[in-house]
Design a protein around this ligand. Sequence first.
Ligand code: NAP
Length: 335
Amino acid sequence: MAVSVGIVGATGAVGQELIRLLHERNFPFSSLKVLASGRSAGKEIRYKDETFIIEEATPESFDRMDIALFSAGATITKTLAPEAAKRGCVVVDNSSAFRMDPDVPLVVPEINPEAVRDHKGIIANPNCSTAIALMGLAPLHQAFGLKRFVACTYQAVSGSGVAGMQELENQIKAWSEGKDCPPETYPHPIAFNLFPHVDVFFDDGYTKEEHKMLNESRKIMSMPDLPATTTCVRVPVMRAHSIAIHAEFEQPVSLEAAREAIAAFSGAELCDDTANNVYPTPLQFSGKNKCGVGRIRIDSALDNGLAFFVVGDQLLKGAALNAVQIAEEVVRLQA
Ligand code: NAP
């Protein structure tokens, strides 16, 4: 069954990956409309030997469209996603606009694919750090029963889209030329630096990114009361987020069973051989669909605890890949 597809935010970091993945995964689209802001209307996007003319995203863009993949930020989603849904178009959204809406399924296909069935026109894709952390946490939860977790992230600048990548590149270039390059996208210089500040601060001292990770993990794993805490840090890495996780489980854990659970999980690649310096790194996992899990060890501070390190390309599993996997599930259910 072929479907008509649209991408809202096609010129962005996630949008570019969506175009590539729809082609590479042979997504059954009969037509592909690329949409962005009025600033980009009329410009071209090239993918291999195909040229797409960008159109401005408007409510009418979704007339006769079956599936729309949104990656244009929460404000655009709040305006246009209901318009698309009203026209019978199923929206898969990368922004935070509807993730915690009880009427909107929040889906990671390796974990809760059945939730896709409950959609009312809009399906949400999780925050990038959440999706990547869950590629390690979910299989271990299946094996031992998760009780609580503590996570610290090391987040790449591509998590802030094209602007974040440009800022890191510009600051490194300026530094190599002995020039000044003051921050614009971030509150501090990102080159040769890091800061525990991703998204805005809330009154409780946590950031919005940290809240997203905790609340979305609970929703996806159907564990509304799961105790968890996290610190999200921006680091000068171009692409792929890393997350150090300490988790306590209901059942006794073993390294052998933990490694087996990770190796058997479709979203993860076991990458754990410290004798040979094998553990996941952002360079190694940039551009990869699977997330690497390594440094698995018994956590010495927790009962039935495991410590481990997860790395994943947040433009892929943390955004575009997960969205295309959801769209594939939508098509499969409609067939
Ligand atoms: P980005 O590189 O800044 O791209 C933003 C896109 O939104 C561009 O295509 C832009 O089009 C479009 N846009 C802006 N205003 C618009 C408007 N009024 N109407 C239609 N399109 C408009 O951002 P990104 O990193 O791809 O992120 C996009 C979304 O995905 C955000 O919600 C973000 O939170 C989410 N997300 C990103 C990541 C990540 O790793 N980057 C991971 C998970 C989720 P123009 O070029 O015309 O301005």
